[in-house]
Ligand binder design. Sequence first.
Ligand code: MN
Length: 192
Amino acid sequence: MIYVQPELPYDEAALEPVISAKTVHYHYGVHEKAYIDNLNSLIKDTRFEDMELEEIIRESSGPLFNNASQAWNHIFYFFSLNPDGGGEPSGDLRKAIDRDFGSFEKFKEDFVKAGTSLFGSGWVWLSADADGKLFITAESNAGTPLTHGLIPLLTFDVWEHAYYLDYQNRRAEALTKLWDLVDWDVVESRYF
Ligand code: MN
């Protein structure tokens, strides 16, 4: 199977002023494309060739895991964002956020804090277990809750390439502004 980079459902400039067109261009158009190209060349003529991407991520390690997981994580991240996003979640997900974190405001605070305090490159995640309990986790490098048996719901990329062009070293500010772009309809659709 050859993995093809999905086209974003919005223009490169659509996420401004939170994320610049230049960042979307380099982050999705260059970095993410490279992960997909590497993934395709690493699986060619191997037992991974006909696996679904999630299966490759669960079964692999080293460079293949890194490229497969980064390919998946970036698609998940960029498709969670929407120029018309922001606001607050509702329904069962909102009830679970209030139950497990105290309030939506407290959840946002804890999520940004987890992403800001991760040393080096990685991702901060909201995910759920099979019972619907929610977790905030920070993962280094290409790490993903998929390998811990959790269901990913939302992620913010905390690699410097995600924010340095727009925010330089101000990671907390970059993460906080992302709330204006989160498409809660997409996130809720991942919660059972
Ligand atoms: Mn990235």
